[in-house]
Ligand binder design. Structure first.
Ligand SMILES: Cc1cc2nc3c(=O)[nH]c(=O)nc-3n(C[C@H](O)[C@H](O)[C@H](O)COP(=O)(O)O)c2cc1C
Length: 400
């Protein structure tokens, strides 16, 4: 999908359409009003789920509500939904639920007993606790970004997986790897406009046998309307469900960081110390991911291009960086831009870049530093710094 989703100066210049925000597809999936619901805040054992995906800021823009979540998302479009099967959770009916973050509720789609989703996740026995499924809703993102949305969907998913891992561990639990089987989307009632993209267990397997759910769950459209983008849908449907466990740093103040985190819109370079730049430079990337850091402003360290924590080329790269990142002017005020390259251009490398960037967001918030994921860049100019394809960037700088 790299060639089809390239950003070049010619493509930007040719894009004359302007975006009518009144046509934005709905941001949240709604199950019917008659479904049974439980308030997440009533279940201490489910607080990890509440903090995995929640609204952390609500305001009004153009007389419409504008929500922001604990995780960042390209264009604030949030093309992800979460479902959980709960079994044997004290006080909750065992069943398959949709997470309604607008109301902070779990909406029951079906009750379960001796049957469940387990056989579709490669489990032969009942799983006590939660089986969590994340889906992608491509149109929420392609509505604005067209085919380029392919990249943002998987980067967004990586951010979401990273915070799931951090939240689960914060509450003393662990993620279990699953082995999803054919037919998961169908049994979950997921139609063409949505696709299950990642699954994890939070709990433990029992010795009690389980039967597969015998009929698909009700089907609800994830957006109020949709437009088909065949190429995008075909490509996303061909990607295997992601099951790898995320690697992240745990912070004691996770709950605060997760609530206060925002993407920076301006920077004050005088407010970031060199020690923090060095600390962030030394965050180890996952296998297959290469980080090239460009230090733009610092107190006494060398400005220039850093590889593996060492300055490889000294110089002032502010204008090159701003240009590379599609002339987004606020980046000129950043202390550093981390360019994330991958040996392979594929969905899983984008997910892993998203997990890595989510770690950076948490580290920055911990040090009271601003940062923003940057998915808009000229792909070809990204090759000035590596032979690998550039897949994501993060601008970091003093918080104004
Ligand atoms: C994959 C991805 C790409 C992004 N690309 C850009 C970008 O190119 N420029 C930018 O200013 N912000 C970018 N952002 C930040 C989003 O605009 C921001 O997350 C969103 O507006 C929600 O705001 P919040 O992060 O403060 O909740 C990106 C975020 C993600 C996750």
């Amino acid at each position: 999908m790299r060639e089809e989703t390239l950003l070049t100066p010619q493509r930007i210049a040719a894009k004359t359409t302007f975006l009518d925000w009144d046509t934005q597809p709905s941001l949240f999936k709604h199950y019917p009003h008659f479904c049974y619901r439980i308030k997440l805040s009533d279940f201490p054992s489910l607080q990890w789920l509440k903090h995995t995906r929640c609204i952390t800021d609500e305001r009004s823009v153009g007389q419409k509500p504008y929500y922001r979540l604990n995780i960042p998302s390209a264009g604030n479009l949030h093309p992800i939904e979460i479902y959980v099967q709960l079994r044997n959770i004290a006080g909750a009916l065992s069943g398959i639920y949709h997470l309604d973050i607008l109301k902070g509720e779990l909406v029951m789609i079906t009750e379960i007993a001796g049957e469940g989703i387990e056989p579709f996740l490669g489990l032969e026995h009942r799983f006590n606790g939660a089986l969590l499924m994340m889906s992608l809703v491509p149109f929420r993102s392609s509505w604005k970004y067209g085919l380029r949305a392919w990249r943002y969907l998987y980067l967004d998913l990586g951010h979401q997986i990273g915070i799931l891992g951090a939240s689960v561990e914060h509450f003393g639990l662990t993620l279990t790897k699953m082995s999803p089987r054919e037919g998961l989307n169908t049994i979950m009632g997921i139609g063409d406009d949505e696709v299950i993209a990642a699954v994890y267990g939070i709990g433990e397997s029992t010795s009690r046998s389980v039967k597969p759910l015998y009929k698909p769950l009700m089907r609800v459209q994830p957006t109020d309307y949709t437009e088909h983008n065949k190429k995008l849908q075909t490509s996303i449907r061909s990607v295997s469900i992601y099951t790898d466990l995320p690697v992240f740093t745990q912070y004691e103040d996770f709950l605060k960081l997760n609530t206060t985190r925002r993407s920076a819109r301006e920077f004050d370079a005088s407010l970031m110390r060199d020690e923090v730049i060095v600390e962030l430079l030394n965050q180890p990337p996952p296998a297959g991911i290469e980080i090239v850091a460009i230090v733009l402003q610092a107190q006494s360290m060398h400005l220039g291009v850093y590889r593996s924590g060492e300055c490889a080329v000294k110089g002032n790269f502010v204008s090159e960086c701003v240009r590379l990142l599609l002339d987004q002017r606020f980046i000129a005020g950043a202390n550093m831009v981390l360019l994330i390259y991958s040996e392979n251009f594929c969905a899983s490398s984008h997910i892993e870049a998203g997990v890595y960037a989510q770690n950076l967001y948490m580290a920055c918030e911990h040090y009271n530093i601003g940062c923003s994921g940057i998915g808009a860049f000229y792909d070809e100019e990204g090759s000035d710094y590596s032979t690998n394809p550039l897949i994501y960037a993060v601008a970091v700088g003093g918080k104004r």
